[in-house]
Design a protein around this ligand. Sequence first.
Ligand code: NI
Length: 169
Amino acid sequence: MSILTILHYPDPRLRQKGEPVVAFTPAIQRLIDDMAETMYAAPGVGLAAPQVGAPHRIFLVDVAAEDEPSNLIAFINPVLTLGDGEVVGPEGCLSFPGVNEDLKRAEHVRVRAVDRAGKAFEIAADGLLAVAIQHENDHLDGVLMIDRVGVLKRRIIQRKMHKRALELA
Ligand code: NI
């Protein structure tokens, strides 16, 4: 396994939509394994394939607390159904280092997806898991946390990220 480079905003590849996975090739399974290693090394609680420049509809989440056993879930070709109720809470993103914003999300979400072995599954989620799923699923559509904040906050984050990109260039 290897650690992949996580793309940072404003990298245009973060805006690419992921394509559905049609074959569970060794390359796709390797990508999932590398994404897991990359996510844990970051560390982060979620990572979507477009964030590592792989335009596929794949994301991983593990929202287990530090003192709990890890609980990695791979979602391939996920389809979300948002339930009633909204929550507002802080979110970060590995593609926006140092940025934390309160975002509004559905409180409950139901997901149909396929796992790493190509087997269909369905789960209902709430709390942190529901938020992480919605955040990561956004990445598959090229939607970023910056799209879900107000105009003023968006400008501040854009300025911060552009400045950071220049400093690192
Ligand atoms: Ni993110």
